[in-house]
Design a protein around this ligand. Structure first.
Ligand code: GLU
Length: 270
């Protein structure tokens, strides 16, 4: 039986949706026309996630004409992530990291670039050989994924074309469980995409390197790999990424300025 297309919109309720989101979500919606779409509220950042932003993102998506069939919120799914984490710990794929923010700032081996937030880790806490650990019961430590010795991770993105990332060079052992006792984006996203049986992930091109990390997590957890479609990032006239600008044009402010949906689509090529 052919699998039906299942896609997802995965906004974080940490601010108002801007034009970059609108374009990505519009494409995700178009591609899911013959299938189903999830709205996944990625609300795992306790300091930045706000319920009023979650409400606003739903309203703005509806205004854009984007609809979905299923809905879930990551803070309701912690058991699932914990289960996956225990599996990674038991199989030697995860280890606790005692490095403080300060240690990390001093040991950054590669400069931050525009497209990725997590610097290469210097492996200070990495055990010499893989060994099983247990998850500490309360908030305490970060845990990292032990990237296996492997060939470059390659995949053919349906929009961005062939991709290749080398573990240990393009990214290091990355955080999968945070000291506030919550999963990192990489782990939660991997678990959810598999659990929701997502067949294609549509998201911004800034996450290409995260895709390579998530493919490694899929392999370690014996989960399937969906196909990927990474959309182009929207930049302003100076070439600055829209999402990085503090005054990124929000859908809400454009709408409140009287712009109609048709004008918005025409003006910004959505
Ligand atoms: N929640 C992430 C964001 O807003 C998107 C994650 C994804 O699509 O995988 O950037």
């Amino acid at each position: 039986m052919p699998t039906t297309y299942t896609g997802r919109l995965a906004p974080s309720p940490t601010g108002l949706l801007h034009l970059g989101h609108a374009r990505t979500f519009w494409i995700a919606h178009e591609r899911a026309k013959e299938g189903t779409l999830w709205l996944r509220d990625e609300d795992l950042d306790p300091h930045r996630s706000r319920p009023d932003f979650a409400t606003a993102m739903r309203e703005d998506l509806h205004w854009l004409g984007i609809t979905w069939q299923h809905e879930a919120k990551q803070s309701d799914r912690l058991d699932l992530y914990r289960h996956a984490m225990q599996q990674l710990l038991a199989t030697g794929y995860a280890y606790p990291c005692h490095c403080s923010r300060r240690d990390l700032a001093q040991s950054v081996a590669a400069p931050h670039d525009d497209t990725d937030d997590e610097p290469l880790y210097n492996n200070r806490c990495r055990p010499t050989t893989p060994e099983p650990w247990a998850l500490s019961p309360g908030p305490s430590l970060n845990y990292r994924f032990r990237i296996p010795a492997t060939d470059p991770i390659t995949f053919t993105d349906r929009h961005a074309g062939p991709q290749s990332f080398t573990p240990g060079k393009d990214f290091g052992d990355f955080i999968i469980w945070r000291k506030d006792n919550l999963p990192s984006y990489q782990l939660a996203c991997t678990v959810d995409d598999a659990d929701m049986r997502i067949t294609e992930v549509v998201r911004g091109r800034d996450l290409l390197k995260s895709t390579a990390r998530q493919i490694l997590l899929q392999r370690a957890l014996a989960l399937p790999t969906p196909t990927y479609f990474h959309t182009d990032l929207m930049r302003d006239d100076q070439g600055t990424r829209l999402a990085k600008r503090h005054d990124a044009l929000s859908i809400r402010s454009l709408r409140e300025s009287g712009l109609t949906l048709e004008e918005l689509r025409a003006q910004f090529n959505l």
